[in-house]
Design a protein around this ligand. Structure first.
Ligand SMILES: Cc1ncc(COP(=O)(O)O)c(C=O)c1O
Length: 470
């Protein structure tokens, strides 16, 4: 592939083409089916084509630089353009391009499983590899069901998740996902997905009991019948809806409830692990002990597709006995290339102390975003680590939000484009109330925070004057 876009000095030239001289825009519009994308929106607009990445920045096909404030969808935690990732990939492919983990093992999946078990707290010692986050969630639910069946509780099949939470798009993972608009077209989903309130308290009355959301889990368990519930699945900080941080004591209460009813606690850390919250695992931040952890994305910093389900010794034990097995598998789960890259990623994390860097700098990052509260459109700022959301409101006093149509005009009609035009990639999202989400690479520092601040301030000011007041 030859990309004839920018020269070393960054000058713009003609549109990007492949080696055969075909225009990428034309090829993409004709053949590429983009995920969660209104393809029709590109009838009269260029598709953004990202061709290169370096550190906290990516470059498009016209040579323009963007600050990747989303780490390529919460993935590129160690930053873009790490040459040693390319080197380890080349070495691995030369040695063993592919072998599966069905009945066989290979050195990199063994080493990666051992390293992950070493980093995971407590007795989270058994690692089942997948190719991504949705597969991890799907696998964790099946693991919970099979565990209960093996331990004499075959009726325990249901999974409790939270309103608005995103856990993936497969029929099982989607049954855990609590976003109506993503589910409706695909019903019926896997049976047994139940939903309880999340920990968003911005629109709750002042003085409400912050642990009501935890107690709602117990109410759901009692309503359904405790002996029918397999597991509860929760993110340490809930992404969809805009970085809902749990109130103090929330996870401790949930743990007590799960223990009281013999239910497994799954911590969905597809986003919240690998340094995103300043620790290898998100549950370390909030000091609770899950039975199962699901992870993906930052496990390779996005350099290769990989996910994992990490189970405690107690959950894994019944599967290890006699002629039993976890009758579940994915051809590419724990691919040699992906696990080699995961090991290199962890080596980089340890060498550069990326978790420590996030803990040292997250205050500065949060302060910068808090500074935007003087803008009339900024209602709330929340999050943890390098994972924050800014909630947009029509009225700061009453906390009135925008309706669906207004959100469409504000987010899709203006903000997404304006932020991108000014060189910042972040997420303008209205799966709940409208928010802008930021999760930069973990190497980001003061210079990037300043840049984010400048762009957000000018675009949000313009949004208020041109879009909201208008
Ligand atoms: C918490 C959580 N679980 C699961 C998923 C699904 O991951 P994937 O898109 O890799 O299937 C995501 C994706 O963003 C996620 O954030």
């Amino acid at each position: 592939m030859a990309i004839s876009t920018s020269d070393e000095a960054g000058e713009l030239s003609t549109r990007a083409q492949n080696a055969q001289g075909q225009d990428f825009q034309e090829l993409a519009k004709r053949h590429l089916w983009m995920h969660f994308t209104r393809m029709g929106a590109y009838d009269d607009h260029d598709i953004p084509i990202i061709v290169r990445g370096e550190g906290c920045y990516v470059y498009d096909d016209k040579g323009k630089r963007y600050l990747d404030g989303l780490s390529g969808l919460f993935c590129v935690n160690a930053g873009h353009g790490r040459k040693e990732m390319a080197e380890v990939a080349a070495e691995q492919i030369q040695q063993l391009g592919f072998y599966t983990n069905w009945s066989y093992a290979h050195p990199r999946s063994i080493e990666a499983a051992a390293k992950i078990a070493e980093l995971a707290p407590g007795d989270l010692n058994r690692v089942f590899f997948t190719s991504g986050g949705g597969e991890s969630v799907e696998s964790a639910w099946k693991m919970a069901k099979a565990y209960h069946q093996m331990t004499g509780n075959a009726r325990r099949t249901k999974l409790i998740a939270r309103d608005l939470a995103y856990h993936g798009t497969f029929h099982g993972a989607l049954a855990a996902t609590g976003i109506t608009a993503l589910r409706t077209e695909f019903e019926p989903l896997a049976p047994g997905g139940l939903h309880v309130p999340n920990t968003n308290d911005y629109h709750k009355p002042i003085g409400h009991d912050p642990l009501l959301a935890a107690d709602a889990i117990e109410e759901m368990i009692e309503f359904e019948g405790p002996d029918t519930v397999a597991a509860v699945i929760l993110e340490p900080v809930q992404n969809a809806g805009g970085c809902f941080v749990p109130p103090d004591g929330y996870f401790q209460r949930v743990r007590e409830i799960c223990d009281r009813h013999g239910i497994l606690l799954i911590s969905d850390e597809v986003i919240c692990s690998w340094g995103r919250l300043g620790h290898y695992f998100g549950h370390e931040r909030f000091d609770y002990s899950p039975d199962i952890v699901t992870t993906a994305k930052g496990i390779t910093s996005g350099y290769a597709p990989l996910g994992a389900v990490i189970a405690t010794d107690a959950v894994a034990a019944p599967f290890m006995e006699g002629n039993r097995a976890f009758n579940h598998g994915i051809t590419f789960g724990g691919h040699p290339l992906a696990t080699a890259i995961a090991l290199k990623n962890i080596e980089i994390f340890e060498r550069e102390d990326l978790c420590g860097h996030v803990r040292a700098k997250e205050g500065e990052f949060a302060d910068m975003l808090e500074g935007l509260r003087d803008l009339p459109i900024v209602g709330d700022v929340r999050g943890a680590g390098y994972f924050h959301a800014v909630e947009l409101v029509k009225d700061k006093e009453s906390r009135e939000s925008f309706n669906e149509q207004e959100c469409d005009v504000l987010l899709r009609g203006f903000l997404s484009n304006a932020l991108f035009e000014k060189g910042l990639i972040c997420r303008a999202d209205d799966r709940g109330d409208p928010v802008i989400q930021l999760s930069p690479p973990l190497i980001a520092d003061g210079e990037q925070f300043e840049e984010i601040n400048g762009i957000l301030r000018s675009v949000l000011t313009e949004a208020w004057e041109k879009v909201v007041r208008f």
